[in-house]
Write a protein that binds this ligand. Sequence first.
Ligand SMILES: [Zn+2]
Length: 255
Amino acid sequence: MSLDIHIVPILSDNYVYLARDSESGKVLCVDPGEAAPVLAKAEDLGWEIDTILITHHHGDHVAGVKTLKAATGATVIGPGGDSQEIPGLDQSVADGDTFAFGSETFRVMGVYGHTAGHVTFFAEGDKALFSGDALFSVGCGRFFEGTAADMWPGLLKLRELPDATRVYCGHEYTATNVAFAASIDGQNAELRRYAEIVAVLRSEGMPTIPANLGLEKKINPFLRADDPAFAEMHGFKGQEGVAFLAHIRAGKDSF
Ligand SMILES: [Zn+2]
């Protein structure tokens, strides 16, 4: 079982994903903040969208849902528990749910704080994580509807996924995330190596996505908020986890 995943860039820096299950030929779309570019890409590929996955209610992730659903008849799956209703929602899911998509099984993992009910979708066979605005490469989502205490348990759950997991997130924020991470973790050799790769990709107009979760575990400061040495370096000795995560997020907000 495997997914063939294509990136559809929309708006200024959003990524929508089209993914086709190799065995069944079923196609899903993740977070269509616009419909037209997604329909055009699907047509180019000769794919018919069967399912729409939504991570959270923000307009840049859902504004294309109604048009796309009308054009394709796709089933919309998303968090019933988010703070605002997902347009066109057919199937409400929550943390811990699983559902089949062709030969693939998706696990729903709640990561709260960016929005109150934000979910991520992990393809257990293909090891692809659609992380929306919860986890970015070298970053995490802003805490619009929650705190570090809401976000931290979700980040810990994502960190337990296999190192081989490919992370497909909602925005191309990697270059600024890397710059911020370097400002607080400048001695991290793997981060410096990754910064060079990101600079090359972006100078060529290429996406930095998917990210590799195994590397993220070593270089993403938000996934390392319970690292005692990292916390101590910033004066948070004994306050690893939630308190240090709040400090890192506040630093990024004003970076
Ligand atoms: Zn968002």
